[in-house]
Design a protein around this ligand. Structure first.
Ligand code: SAH
Length: 248
C-alpha cells in the first residue's frame, strides 16, 4: 500500500486535504480515484488509513481512519556525521542509513572535501539529500523522516558533540589505538544517543583526527581493509544499531 508523510496543517479532523506536489503525485502519477486507499504517517509518528473521497484539479480529499501506532523507530538515536562525498555514493549512503534506522544526518566539510560547496550549492544539495532521506523513510516504513542538515565544518561538529558516545571511524592506526564498535559501546548500553563520524574519499587528516579525539570521540576500526566512505557509513551504522539491540 502507498504511504505518504503528511503535515498537521493538511489534516482537518478526520479529513485530509492534499495539494501541490502531492496532488500531482496522487492524481497524475498514481491516477488515484475515489475509494482508493493509502496510508498516511502523521507528524507524531502515528499512521492512519486514508480513503480518497474526491480528486479535483486543485485538491485530493480523503477520510482518515483511527490512528494506529507505528512502532518502527529505534529506541536509540544515531546521528551520522558524514563528510560530503560525490553525489551518487552520498545519496546511496543516505538511503541505506535511513533504511537501517539513523535518526539524523549531518554532512561535514573536511580538509579533504573535494566537492565544491558554495552557499547556494549547499542549500540545493541539502534539499536533494533530504528528498533521498524522505523517500527512504517512506519506503522503509519509518515513523519519522530523519532530517539532513546543511553541511557544517568538521571541527565544529566534532568539538560540539556532547549528547552521548561519539565514534570516529578511522581507517588507519592512531597513536592511542583503535577500538572495535563493540568495545566503544561497551559502557554505553543504556545511552539514548550515539554519533558516528565518517571521513571523505581521501580520509580525514591527522590534525582532524587529533582534534576529534581531544574532544572525546573514540577512534574505531572496521577491520584491516580500507572501505569506501559509503561502505564505512552503512556498515558502521549497522554495527552500532546491532550492538545496541536495535536490529531485532
Ligand atoms: N583514501 C583513504 C581512505 C578513506 S576511507 C586512504 O586510503 O587512506 C573513507 C572513510 O571511511 C575514512 O575517513 C573512515 O572514516 C572510513 N573507513 C574506511 N575504512 C575504514 C576502516 N577499515 N575502519 C574504520 N573506518 C574506515
Amino acid at each position: 500500500m502507498k504511504r505518504l508523510f503528511v503535515s498537521d496543517d493538511e489534516v482537518h479532523g478526520d479529513r485530509l486535504l492534499l495539494g501541490g506536489s502531492r496532488l500531482h503525485y496522487l492524481r497524475n502519477v498514481l491516477r488515484a480515484k475515489p475509494g482508493d486507499r493509502f496510508m498516511v504517517v502523521r507528524e507524531n509518528g502515528e499512521q492512519q488509513l486514508a480513503t480518497i473521497r474526491q480528486v479535483t484539479a486543485e485538491v485530493v480529499s480523503a477520510t482518515l481512519a483511527a490512528p494506529q501506532p507505528l512502532d518502527t523507530e529505534p529506541p536509540i538515536r544515531i546521528t551520522l556525521f558524514q563528510a560530503v562525498i560525490k553525489h551518487k555514493p552520498m545519496s546511496l549512503l543516505i538511503q541505506k542509513c535511513v533504511e537501517l534506522g539513523v535518526s539524523a544526518i549531518v554532512p561535514l566539510v573536511t580538509e579533504r572535501t573535494v566537492v565544491r560547496l558554495g552557499p547556494s550549492r549547499r542549500a540545493a544539495k541539502q534539499q536533494r539529500w533530504q528528498q533521498v532521506a524522505t523517500e527512504a523513510a517512506r519506503q522503509s516504513e519509518r515513523a519519522h523522516v530523519p532530517p539532513v542538515s546543511e553541511p557544517v565544518e568538521f571541527s565544529q561538529a566534532a568539538s560540539s558533540w556532547k549528547a552521548g558516545p561519539g565514534l570516529l571511524f578511522a581507517e588507519r592506526e592512531v597513536p592511542a589505538g583503535r577500538l572495535t564498535v563493540a568495545e566503544a559501546l561497551k559502557d554505553h548500553r543504556t545511552c539514548r544517543q550515539v554519533a558516528v563520524f565518517v571521513g571523505p574519499e581521501g580520509g580525514l587528516t591527522d590534525s582532524e583526527i587529533e582534534l576529534a579525539l581531544r574532544h572525546g570521540l573514540a577512534p574505531v576500526t572496521l577491520g584491516p581493509r580500507i572501505l569506501r566512505a559509503e561502505t564505512a557509513a552503512i556498515v558502521g551504522c549497522a554495527l552500532v544499531l546491532y550492538e545496541l539491540g536495535c536490529m531485532q
